[in-house]
Design a protein around this ligand. Structure first.
Ligand SMILES: Cc1cc2nc3c(=O)[nH]c(=O)nc-3n(C[C@H](O)[C@H](O)[C@H](O)COP(=O)(O)OP(=O)(O)OC[C@H]3O[C@@H](n4cnc5c(N)ncnc54)[C@H](O)[C@@H]3O)c2cc1C
Length: 113
């Protein structure tokens, strides 16, 4: 792609922007994505990703099984007085730093550039 002839411009390369860019490129659209930070970069996040998004992230080109990520199946909330609330997470999720996830998505988006 050359010049400034794009079908779609996306401001912000967070999870929404970068996954949209990948999906739109796969559909053949010319996409310009602007991110004010330089990848890879840290951001505040609990780093728990629900398994709801497993198939979607794979459809964006992230080979999740190959990453051997920790599974998260239980939740514990503690209070200053020591009280502990425990619950199983039926669907569960996996742990991955946003530094790593965003960068993997960014690399995948670049592959489609
Ligand atoms: C403290 C905290 C903890 C969280 N923990 C979790 C968690 O454990 N699990 C989970 O699934 N979700 C978590 N979330 C929610 C998750 O971070 C958001 O749902 C997700 O980041 C939203 O993605 P987004 O792309 O819409 O926005 P963002 O990720 O915020 O991306 C927006 C992007 O736009 C860029 N930008 C902004 N202005 C401009 C500009 N003018 N030009 C260019 N670029 C620009 C920013 O740099 C940023 O990269 C947490 C959120 C917070 C605040």
């Amino acid at each position: 792609m050359s010049g400034y002839d794009y079908d779609i411009g996306i401001a912000g390369g967070g999870l929404a922007g970068v996954t949209a860019a990948i999906q739109l490129r796969k559909k053949g659209y010319a996409v310009a994505l602007w991110e004010k930070n330089k990848y890879p970069f840290h951001r505040v996040c609990g780093e728990y990703i629900s398994k709801e998004s497993w198939n979607y992230l794979q459809s964006c080109g992230i080979d999740l099984p190959a990453l051997e990520l920790p599974e998260i199946n239980k939740l514990e909330v503690s209070a200053p007085n020591g009280a502990l609330l425990k619950s199983r997470l039926d669907l569960g999720g996996f742990g991955i730093s946003r530094y790593r996830l965003d960068y993997l998505l960014y690399e995948e988006a670049k592959r489609w550039a």
